[in-house]
Design a binder for this molecule. Sequence first.
Ligand code: ZN
Length: 384
Amino acid sequence: MGTTSPGPLRLLRESHEERVLTALRTQGPLTRAQLTTRTNLSRATLSSIVQTLLAKQAVTEAAAGGPTGEAVEVAAGRVRGRGRPVSLVGLNPAGGLAVGMDLGHRRIHVTVANVAHEIVASDGITCAERTPWARRVELAIGLVDELTARHQLSLASLAGLGVGVVGPVPPAGTSDRSALVRDELAARFGVPVFVDNNTRLAALAEATWGAGAGVESVLYLRLSYGVGGGLVLGGRLLAGAGGAAGELGHISVDRDGPRCSCGGRGCLEQYLSGLIDEYGGFEKLIQARDSMTTVATRIGEVLAAACNTVNPEAVVVGGEMTGAGEDLFDPLRAALREYTHTQVHRSLRVEQAALGYDAAARGGIALVLTTPPEEAEWRRTSCS
Ligand SMILES: [Zn+2]
């Protein structure tokens, strides 16, 4: 060691610090043991790096179930099954804020969190379904102003905005809708703005804060009037070549079925919306137990194919159809056991989504916090 020049050593130390900071930024507060695993550092090195970061006030350490209610929630998701109090290392909450927005069909939601993954403000308003996109952006900006005033937050250290919109969003953000949203918000806040489909953002939120917290790979399926999904691998939302990775609603379940708006035929989404019409609404379909068995089995078959492709640790199912409870989940789990490779279903958890109507806005925050700074810079220059 003594003969090594100080330059490379310092660089190595900085890269170790960076690894720890990245893990905390993307995954929220972690125990020292979790940090050791996630960063691949030895316990001794990790301990020394954490000591340095504590001295620089870049991170803080507090007992799990720490100072705020939100921290308790985060800790509960991360430190399961421990009998004794554990301390969590997290980014210094003063290190910056991220804003998440959901510009949904009938509701606009804004949530603000700090880099330590603590939610500091959240609220939503309803809007008419035909509200133009420029107007939705204005309403969302008004909501940000109101929340920052109400909670006395300063956006001087804003890291970025993550925004969920309805419909597909190509990766380069070339669609009119996402370009408009991005340009308006970037001009107003002067920070990187990330736009993605709101169901995909809900997937990222479930993997970060919800039913898939603490899990490396999550397949999310939303069963509502539309059917959507998202795939989170290693804590990051997979976009795919065309931004459509995880579009489970457009897997065909009837090769002779009607043509779908996506360009495919007989999609799962069409199959379900056909049944909802036939039964005269979601509630009635959910109450028809025999039909639910058939429907859930069909959904389970689609999920099984996706699970054999990805081998996720968790499948998280959300949306109004989960109101059917075990009438949905029992046959769905049975189909997954029946139609997946043993190696796949042996390690698979199937969970009901845990987050509510703010899921997509939370996902926007997670998108900001999980996007590496160099990508954020690239997006900033490419959209200015
Ligand atoms: Zn389709």
